[in-house]
Design a binder for this molecule. Sequence first.
Ligand SMILES: NC(=O)c1ccc[n+]([C@@H]2O[C@H](COP(=O)([O-])OP(=O)(O)OC[C@H]3O[C@@H](n4cnc5c(N)ncnc54)[C@H](O)[C@@H]3O)[C@@H](O)[C@H]2O)c1
Ligand SMILES: [Zn+2]
Length: 336
Amino acid sequence: MTKKTIAFSSASVTNYFDADFSYLGKIVSKDEGIIITDENILKAYSKKFQGWKVVAIKAGEQHKNQQTVDSIIDQLIELGADRQTFLVGVGGGVLTDMTGYVAAIYMRGIRCGYVPTSILAMVDAAIGGKNGIDVGLYKNMVGIIRQPAFILYDYSFLKLLPQAEWVNGFAEIIKHACIRDVAMFKLLEENKLTDFQKDKELLSKLIQRNALLKSKVVAKDEYEHGERKFLNFGHTIAHAIENLYQIPHGHAVSIGMGVACKISEQLNSFSDTTRVTGLLKKYGLPPQFEYDKEQTLKLLRADKKKEKDAISYILLHKIGKPYIASLPFQQIETLI
Ligand SMILES: NC(=O)c1ccc[n+]([C@@H]2O[C@H](COP(=O)([O-])OP(=O)(O)OC[C@H]3O[C@@H](n4cnc5c(N)ncnc54)[C@H](O)[C@@H]3O)[C@@H](O)[C@H]2O)c1
Ligand SMILES: [Zn+2]
C-alpha cells in the first residue's frame, strides 16, 4: 500500500493506493462507519462488506437524484447516524458523487471517504471534491465542492467491472495524457487495454499516476478559476451530444476530444490529431460521430459553463500543452 496525502485549499485528502478493502477498518471504526453502495456492487462483493452497516441504492445515473438522496437520509436516520458518523461511498462515480453530497448536508455536514470501484471513479469522479445530483435532464445541477477525508483504492474491485465501463474510464485517462502527460500518452500508445487488464502492476501505476495528476491540477485551482478548466478537455461537445444521442460518457468525451483536436489544428496548427484519434480507436473509443450541428449548437448555447456569446474551449498547442480559448458561437459554428 502507498499512502499519499494531498493538501487542497479547504482540506487534506489521504489516498491509500493499492490497498485492501479490509484496511478500511483501520481508517473508520465499524461503529461509526456506514457504507453507501449500489445493488450491483453489494451483490458482486458482498463478502467484503461483512460487519459493516450498509445502505444500498439502485444502480445507475437515473437514480442520481433528490429522491435517492431522501431515501438515503431516511435510512441514515433509521440507523441512528449522528455527527460522529463516517459515510463511506463504495462504487462508481454515481456513488461517490451522491455520498459526498449527502455527507455535506446531513446534520450540516459529517465526515466521508470513498472507495471508488470503476476506472472512471478511480481516476476522475472520486477526486477533486465536486459532488452532487442531477435534476431531471440537467446533469450535476445541484451540489457543492467539499473534499472527502480519504480515498481508498482496492483494485480487486475491478474483477467484475463490465468491459464497457473499462472503455469509459480510459477516455478520461487519455484526456489526462492529452492535457498534462506526454510520457503517459506514449505509454498508452505502447500498450493496449488488455495489457492493463492483465498486468496488475502496470494498471496500479497507471491509476495512481492519473489520480495524482487530477489531484494536483485541482489542488492548484480547487474552485475552477483557471487550470482546473483543462480537465474539461473534450467535454464541451460531450455534454451536448451525450444527452442528445444517449451515448456513454466516455464515447462522448472521445468524440469531443476529436473535435477539439480538429479545432486546435485549424486555429493553431496543432499537428497531432491523427495520433490522438489513433489512440482513442486503439482503446475502443470513437473519435468521430455524425452529430446534428444545429441541435448541438443549441445545446452549447444552454451550457452552464458558457459566457454570454462565447464558450471557453480547451484546445491543444501540443499533446500535454493545453490552453483556454474563448470562442464565439459564430466561430464555433464554422469550426465544427
Ligand atoms: N465529481 C466529479 O468530479 C465527477 C467526475 C467525473 C464523473 N462524475 C460522475 O460520475 C458518474 C459516472 O461514474 P461511473 O461511470 O463510475 O458510473 P456508475 O457509478 O453508474 O458505475 C457504472 C456502472 O458500473 C457498475 N460498477 C461500478 N463498479 C463496479 C465494479 N467494481 N464491479 C461491477 N460493477 C461495477 C455500477 O453498478 C454501474 O452499473 C456520473 O454521474 C458523473 O457525473 C463525477
Ligand atoms: Zn468526463
